[in-house]
Design a protein around this ligand. Sequence first.
Ligand code: ADP
Ligand code: MG
Length: 671
Amino acid sequence: MSDPISRLPLVGSVYQKRLKRLGIRTIEDILLHLPHRYEDYRHEKSVSYLKEGESITVRGKVETFRNQYTKSNKKIQLLVVKNKKSRFKIVWFNQPFLSRTFKKGEEFYFSGKTGWFGREIVLMSPDYEKIEKGKSPIHTLRLVPIYPETRGISSKWLRRRIFDLYLNEIEFTDYLDKDDLSRMKLITRESAFKKIHYPKDFDDVYEGRRRLAFDEILTLVFENRQREGEWIRKKPNFSLNIKDDEMKKFFDSIPFKLTASQIRSINEILKDMRSELPMNRLLQGDVGSGKTIVAAASCFASFSCGYQSVVMAPTLALAQQHYETLGNLFKPFGAKVSIFTSFSGKKKDIDADIIVGTHALLYKSISQLKVALVVIDEQHRFGVKQRAEISEITKQEDCVPHVLTMTATPIPRSIALTFYGDLDVSFMKDIPMGRKKIKTWIVPEEKRAAAYEWISNEIKRNKVQVFVICPLIEESKITSMSEVKSAKKEYEKIIKIFPDLRIGLLHGRLKSGEREGVIDKLRKGEIDILVSTPVVEVGIDIPNATIIVIETADRFGLAQLHQLRGRVGRSTKQSYCLLFSESKGEKARKRLEILRENHSGFELSEMDLRMRGPGEIFGIRQHGIPELKIASWSDIDIIKQAKKFVQEIYSNKNKYKRVFEYFDSKKIAFN
Ligand code: ADP
Ligand code: MG
């Protein structure tokens, strides 16, 4: 299976290059190059006349073949074939070389579509295949696989090569034995490949795909588990002795009543931090569900045991916000909170009890700390890779800190399950009391002026603040120049529309310092309308902001829109989200309507996953979640099955030696 593709007959350097374009280098690669659809040519035409627009297979002997010119001087090929029932005409366009193929008296299968040609119905440019005794057809008279192609590599060519593979004997190793297969209702790898490339019906295709999807998911889960093992082996010396009465002092100091979800999550975290193994917990809570206080309680637990904590935020503004929030919360306890910024320079206070900073900065700066807890806020990267990086940056050789990852982007269950254990995910379902649903309006262009007038009145009458999110420009870069340009343009526009209001501008290319200045003004109520690029201000908490305007809403994923919408609705006041869209398309409108009706980030991200794939949920940021080739992230059953199987093989390593050997032989790089 791992032999180079050049082992196949007729695959020389030219074809190797072409195949490389399809990502095919080995025998296994070509087998894993799965059809994206099938032509149903199973049924041989048995009646004597043709109907228009059918996909059929007919058999016939060559009577006459000729090249002919049309009036527009194009070359066409006319073939007349005859069988027991009747005579058919077949037409090709611009394939004069066919004259060499069709010799009088030879018998062929023809599979293709029928259509009008002049005044008769003929078979149009069908696939054809000479009938030879003892050989069953490959390109006709069956469910014919159609593969992703590239220039110089046709489906027909691929079909032939894959067929040859079966004639040559290849050795299929299967890491699952009979028992495993029957228990999990899976077929062997060998028969999966056969059924996918040579199905007799669509059930075959389904069964084959299911097995290969299982392999794909299992590889991910297994890899993850392998790395997890390495992580756990570096045991921490941070099995913390957290005292309940210390924690109570902290809880008593919180200015509000914790929600049930917050209490439950905190308890789950404390349990982890007290245990022998390093915590690796994902805290999921919709925007505004109050994750910060949960993080604060965790930091306090670490502090109460004499250790440091690190809090990483994706943006400087958010780091600043956490720095202030945590500073206020911890002041009564004499815990020192410091912030790492690009201009705090050498004065970085690494002796503080809680160190807040952006991901990038902290990655560079931390060393020689006694960090028992790392909190990662709004970081949309998953898997153990990240944990490996953390143990790297904290430079604590034989021990790893507890890690709490917080996200408002709800990770669909299938993905969470792949990358975290069932018991390592905390959900925050309820939202602090007294919050109202954000009214979401899809505003047609002709009502734009009226909407602006309404906004102006709201600001003047109720002293609320407004976010305007600029058009989404470039998907790939976080702070591209074009994005900045668009932000400036939007800013100029808003200034003209609201000449008597105070307008602010925020984008990724503002110098740090400038940015914090803007946020600070916003917080103090000195800015009425903040024009901002989409990506900058995740997590920012301005309770007085009650209106958000989102331009080019159709370009965002649902989960992203939900995130943006969550910038408002953070107090007991009624909040509003106004969506402008460029696309008049039905589909775009439907998606925005879903957002209007649905206020659960969790459901929205499941829908995104179904409609647009994982890349969309996590939007512009690097998310580390692979796009699957065969399986799909909505295959929750297969994911559960793979997960269960991995647990099984780890609890019975001897019995499942062959599985470990198999993955070893595939040399998965655990980096
Ligand atoms: P997010 O989960 O989006 O990070 P935050 O932690 O920023 O949410 O909290 C949003 C707002 O809700 C903050 O102003 C916070 O002080 C407030 N808050 C958090 N928990 C509660 C609660 N239990 N009761 C009332 N307000 C709360
Ligand atoms: Mg937050």
